[in-house]
Design a protein around this ligand. Sequence first.
Ligand SMILES: Nc1ncnc2c1ncn2[C@@H]1O[C@H](COP(=O)(O)OP(=O)(O)OP(=O)(O)O)[C@@H](O)[C@H]1O
Length: 342
Amino acid sequence: MHDGSGRIAVHDLTKRFGPVMAVQNLSFAVEPGSVTGFLGPNGAGKTTTLRMLLGLVTPTAGTATINGRTHDQLGNPARVVGAVLENEGFHPRRAARDHLRVYAAAIGVPDQRVDQVLGLVGLTPAATRRAGEYSLGMRQRLALATALLGDPQVLVLDEPANGLDPEGIAWLRTFLRSYASEGRTVLVSSHLLAEVEQTIDQVVIINRGQTMYQGRVDHLRDAQQARVVVRPADAAALAMALREDGVSDIQSTPDGGLVLTGATPRRVGDVALRAGVAIYGLHEEAADLERMFFQLTSSPPAPGWAPPPAPGQPQPPPGWGPPPGYQQHPGVTGQQGWGGQG
Ligand SMILES: Nc1ncnc2c1ncn2[C@@H]1O[C@H](COP(=O)(O)OP(=O)(O)OP(=O)(O)O)[C@@H](O)[C@H]1O
């Protein structure tokens, strides 16, 4: 028997396709009652990880479990986990309701559940239309309806916003949040933070098959510092003067500027004046979650921004730190909130 917790646990998960290391020692946990974003750039290993969780790909090493069980140990998995993966195929000549009836029969749920899920995803008016006539957004809703047939405790969606218009995205956001508020588990993958930022409360960020960050999105936001961008006549002289004044996080940019955190523009201006360095531009850039996501997932890091990690000492990009209260999930080891660059 599974433990009924609705918890997803990925532990030291690795998948190698010949020479390609798609996922490498990945560990994270997803708790019920939250919508968790599973984020990373194209090719980071998100789909491979989800497919291992769903029993569609065999791991090279490690485990991916739901309720403490691998997918093939779940008994009637459709009752535990519903999934929408990319490129769902529907028989184009089959009506949506008939498609759902076939699946309902396969997993042993009554026909009336078909009409319930059609209502849940807003497809009741189109129930008798053929799937081949559906728009991409309608097909996404039909895929979601299929995933919901077993009334699962856990919902796993791979890039669900693909093909949805803004209204569809807003609808999906409301739906997923309400689903999680019932104490269920929702895991949503995306390569765009902005696409899911308003939907998720937890996030797992991966890059090159490894965990870069796991924790609350608002902690990530709180941990950010604004940075000051300055264009001096002599960057080396200003950097030295700033260091003498106690500013340590200073990066030079390819265009001869400096980017720093831990000082206000006014302080930078005062230091420049005392050092006799002319300033041609000085402004503060507000913290930006998207920029942080880019820094965490760009490899190599954007030039002039992230210093190389000290040997054996993974570091976050400059200006970012582990969010206050960041904690590793109990039971998940071999994982850091902030990792090296793959
Ligand atoms: N069946 C396969 N055979 C060989 N290589 C594969 C296979 N599936 C995935 N890969 C490779 O594994 C890596 C991770 O791919 P994956 O699809 O898991 O990434 P992703 O994060 O989901 O990317 P995207 O956002 O583009 O969907 C990529 O380099 C990909 O080419």
